[in-house]
Design a protein around this ligand. Structure first.
Ligand code: BEZ
Length: 238
């Protein structure tokens, strides 16, 4: 039998095409990423059904699903459990679990069954140093062109911050829309980073023109984009 410790797992990287797969989910079969053309998608893995951290995560993510959908982003979950386990767990969450004011929570987004670990291995979600039998908590942000734009990994014991996942999604969408970058801890309405000037002339012009931009130095200029403009262009509510 092959020892997972010695197996080479590939991890797709930022800027690459999202690996293609077909899978069975709690919402029927999916063809990934083909079925998600024209929208962002967050593909995420969790270690196991019927576990507490994962339950808290699913309740939180499901409660925020509409907010992600409004931002043109679909959610797709995955674990190496089977379909009937997924169905039973999601039913238990809806019927029995009340947690932090959330109750009767219905998980409407698809949850992939991956008992063969085929998808988990394709996406580098199996990390044998952490576990040979459970996927780590991976998060892949994939854009409407099917390109991986951000990847976050968490260990088994650490529940994710879903406000941060939403913040990262909106920041990437704002960067695309306005050709800017976003500084540390950015939220809509905060100043944004203007890409570094390509020539000395442009840098000098920027340093002199303080109206539109705030330049801390030649390589570090910001400008304001209002929260309203971000929300209008991205078609989101505050
Ligand atoms: C959890 O979701 O609670 C969990 C899952 C696998 C390992 C540790 C914790």
């Amino acid at each position: 039998m092959e020892n997972n410790e010695n197996k080479i797992f590939s991890i797709p990287r930022i800027g690459e095409k999202a690996p293609v797969f077909k899978a069975v989910t709690t919402q029927g079969e999916i063809n990934f990423p083909e079925d998600y053309k024209d929208s962002w998608v967050i593909l995420f893995s969790h270690p196991a059904d019927f576990t507490p951290v994962c339950t808290s995560e699913f309740m939180t993510f499901a409660s925020m699903e509409e907010k992600f959908n409004q931002a043109n982003c679909k959610l797709v979950g995955l674990s190496v459990d089977g379909l009937y386990s997924h169905i039973a767990w999601l039913r238990t969450i809806k019927e029995k679990i009340e947690y932090k004011g959330m109750k009767n929570v219905e998980v409407k987004f698809p949850l992939i069954e991956d008992i063969t670990m085929e998808v988990a291995e394709k996406y580098g979600m199996m990390q044998p140093g952490e576990s040979n039998t459970k996927a780590v908590r991976a998060v892949f942000f994939i854009d409407p062109k099917g390109i991986i734009r951000a990847i976050i990994y968490y260990p088994l014991s650490l529940g994710r911050n879903f406000d941060e996942l939403y913040r990262a999604l909106i920041a990437m969408q704002a960067a695309d829309k306005f050709s800017i970058a976003t500084p540390a801890d950015w939220r809509p309405g905060d100043e944004v980073i203007v890409p570094t000037a390509g020539s000395c002339g442009v840098a000098k012009e920027r340093m002199e023109n303080k109206d539109e931009m705030n330049c801390y130095d030649w390589f570090f200029c910001t400008k304001n984009i209002s929260k309203e403009d971000i929300e209008k262009e991205l078609n989101i509510k505050g």
